[in-house]
Design a protein around this ligand. Structure first.
Ligand SMILES: [Zn+2]
Length: 471
């Protein structure tokens, strides 16, 4: 069996692993994830790379979860001729029906913006590339086959697939693939996908697996530890409590899928425990509204503490005045609210979407607070706010930053170093091969070192991109 690491090797995006294995007298080829590379020009070039084989000859794809850096190039693969099944969980499929059309929409919007600028002679460099169309997304969505957690599915002669809950986002899975390789004993291959943080809200703890021959594990935070949930709660209580007392607004930029629901849940729970007073919360992002509805639909997959708190909220609906904004007019009406509101809106890095309007309105007043809850990439508006700039330029005007800006740590969808090691300890016998992916070089190599030293396992490899490894 061979694995070629086409992406997420020495970086955190572009997850795609290509497996070749001889089973039942024939060479099989499949992919685990087919994600988009994100960030910078290098990423756009990599998104255009071709597969090592003709997509027509690919047998199937196993998708660990819906995030675009794991799923975002699937429509391109299908447009290039892949006609086989894409296996994922039901909730992942439901999320993809929101995320993939949005990805196609954003690509087209980027191109149209660049074309407008080019006409005015204001565009330098290469034009953005549209990787696939809305029609190609529609057609791709017909190729999915969904599978419940814990159920084993025959995916070809001598091959079975089981998904385990990864506790990362709704529908996220650890993929366990059993292969009866010709001339060799049965192999159990475990692809971690992205592993969630134990004890975090919303998602249950990642399921541990006791046996594997080959393990491919993520390492996003392989070199660090997260702050605890109670520290995060204390920080939120302080900022929100003080801002409400001062009659200000709290603006929370948040990714529509996952982070928004997590924040909503924490706020409800803080009110339930009497740590915060009655709150008025506006969720101003159509995608966040859709993702929140999906979270309710898959209620049974949430962790028990979250279910109990949501049940409490059903019986105490007045504890939080929670409103979802549908149209742009309603969104604009929020501009009139001068104090006492919490507004959660996308995008998470403040670069686009309705959040920019809320920032333009709320940044100039000192009694308001901006609460940053996620990673802010270099160059983003969110990052400049975190870096305490005095003014920002929005919609062609200078806007003074008078509101206070707070960065709240601890809300990560990924396990930290201790969490990853804890998950790996679930394997009763050291796997024969461990590959560390989905991490910056430092994070991946520190985790590899910990696995060798703390767990005493050998054969730990940080694969190089495009290299092929036998196992
Ligand atoms: Zn992810």
């Amino acid at each position: 069996m061979k694995i070629q690491f086409l992406g997420a090797a020495g970086e955190v995006t572009g997850s795609r692993h290509f497996v070749e294995v001889n089973v039942a007298g024939r060479m099989r080829h499949f992919l685990v994830d087919y994600g988009m590379f994100q960030g910078g020009r290098e990423a756009s070039d990599k998104n255009l790379e071709l597969l090592p084989i003709d997509p027509k000859d690919l047998d199937f794809v196993v998708l660990t979860h819906a995030h675009i850096d794991h799923s975002g190039l699937l429509p391109r693969l299908c447009a290039q001729g892949f006609k086989g099944p894409i296996y994922c969980t039901q909730a992942s499929y439901a999320l993809l029906k929101i995320l993939l059309p949005d990805s196609a929409h954003l690509q087209l919007a980027d191109l149209e913006r660049a074309e407008r600028k080019a006409k005015l002679g204001k565009w330098r460099g290469e034009m953005p590339v549209v990787l696939y169309s809305q029609q190609q997304v529609e057609s791709t969505l017909t190729q999915f086959v969904s599978l419940d957690y814990g159920k084993s599915l025959d995916i070809g002669p001598g091959m079975q697939l089981v998904f385990h809950n990864a506790g990362h986002i709704l529908g996220s899975a650890i993929a366990e693939i059993h292969l009866k390789e010709d001339g060799a004993k049965k192999k159990r291959c475990v692809f971690s996908g992205d592993i969630g943080m134990k004890g975090k809200v919303l998602m249950p703890d990642p399921e541990q697996i006791s046996q594997a021959d080959v393990v491919v594990v993520e390492s996003t935070y392989g070199d660090r530890l997260h702050r605890t949930l109670s520290d995060t709660e204390d920080e939120l209580v302080e900022v929100i409590g003080n801002t409400m007392k001062a009659q200000g607004n709290v603006i929370i930029p948040a990714f529509a899928v996952g982070r928004t629901q997590e924040i909503l849940f924490i706020l409800i729970d803080l009110v339930r425990r009497g740590r915060l007073p009655h709150l008025t919360v506006w969720v101003d992002s159509p995608m966040a509204t859709a993702a929140t509805q999906l979270t309710e639909r898959f209620f049974a997959q949430l962790d028990h503490q979250t279910q109990a708190t949501m049940d409490w909220f059903k019986h105490h609906p007045s504890a939080i005045d929670l409103r979802f904004i549908a149209d742009v007019e309603e969104s604009k009406a929020l501009n009139k609210i001068k104090g006492g509101a919490i507004i959660i809106s996308a995008s998470g890095m403040c670069d686009a979407g309705r959040i920019v309007h809320h920032l333009a309105n709320n940044l100039p007043r000192a009694q308001n607070a901006i609460v940053i809850t996620g990673f802010q990439a270099y160059g983003s508006l969110g990052r400049r706010l975190v870096d305490k700039v005095q003014k920002v330029r929005l919609f062609g005007e200078d806007v003074p930053v008078k509101a206070s800006v707070h960065t709240i740590g601890g809300l990560s969808a990924h396990a930290d170093q201790a969490g990853l090691l804890d998950w790996l300890r679930g394997f009763e016998v050291p796997p024969s091969n461990i590959f560390i992916v989905h991490g910056e070089p430092e994070a991946a190599s520190v985790l590899a070192q910990c696995i060798r030293e703390d767990l005493g396992w050998q054969n730990v490899v940080v694969p190089e991109r495009m290299h092929t490894y036998s196992c």
